[in-house]
Design a protein around this ligand. Structure first.
Ligand SMILES: Nc1ncnc2c1ncn2[C@@H]1O[C@H](COP(=O)(O)OP(=O)(O)OP(=O)(O)O)[C@@H](O)[C@H]1O
Ligand SMILES: [Mg+2]
Length: 208
């Protein structure tokens, strides 16, 4: 059986990840491809419990790294790998790049520890395609304010967002074969069209 493909969406809060995950899954299913949607942190009952724990507490960055890695190890072993082996496509709302950016670049956890944890929890199941939704500082917050996540966006937030944005772009630059950066300020349908073109060119050509 042909292995399924693994696609992840990354970017800051409110970048449009969940919107695009749903749109892509719709298109994949319309193309006759069995598809599962999943998310991180979470993805399994244990993972969802860890997600709730972390969101309730304010753990150290290294604590967060290890808890998320535990959740991810379960997610990869119990959901992602079996689905791919079964020929099902997997679309995940965040994955390993969020750890590299939030706990690594922004949290200051060493890249050696991040890499060791990846090797133990993810390898060799890295995404076939990672879509990074790139939005300017303030835009994500403007979008999510409607959901009640209200707080003043200040200079420190702008600086943090700029570092986050740069960290995702650096990953894309280092791994252009896996990653694709898309302007997240485009209309949702235009973004979905870009994503679909990449899926056709990178993953479907030759696979059908
Ligand atoms: N391309 C877009 N242009 C404008 N608004 C958008 C776009 N995509 C999504 N939105 C809106 O922005 C908000 C955030 O979108 P969404 O939930 O998809 O982002 P997210 O990256 O999953 O956010 P979070 O990190 O909070 O989970 C939603 O209200 C959504 O309808
Ligand atoms: Mg979301």
């Amino acid at each position: 059986m042909t292995r399924g493909k693994f696609i992840t969406f990354e970017g800051g809060e409110g970048a449009g990840k969940s919107t695009q995950v749903a749109l892509l899954a719709e298109r994949l299913r319309a193309a006759g491809l069995a598809t599962v949607i999943t998310r991180e942190p979470g993805g399994t009952p244990l993972g969802e419990s860890i997600r709730a724990l972390v969101l309730d507490a304010e753990p150290e960055h290294v604590t967060e790294l290890l808890l998320f890695a535990a959740a991810r190890a379960e997610h990869v072993a119990k959901v992602i790998r079996p689905a791919l082996a079964h020929g099902t496509w997997v679309v995940s709302d965040r994955f390993v790049d969020s750890t590299r950016v939030y706990q690594g670049v922004l949290g200051g956890v060493s890249s050696a520890l991040i890499a060791a944890v990846e090797a133990g929890s993810v390898a060799p199941t890295f995404p076939d395609l990672t879509v990074i939704l790139d939005i300017p500082a303030g835009e994500g917050q403007r979008r999510t304010e409607a959901r009640g996540a209200l707080s003043r966006f200040d200079a420190a937030d702008a600086d943090y967002h700029e570092r986050l944005r740069q960290a995702f772009r650096d990953i894309a630059r280092a791994e252009p074969q896996r990653c694709l950066v898309i302007d997240g300020t485009l209309k949702p349908d235009a973004i979905a069209d870009h994503v679909w073109r990449a899926v056709e060119q990178r993953l479907l050509a030759g696979a059908r």
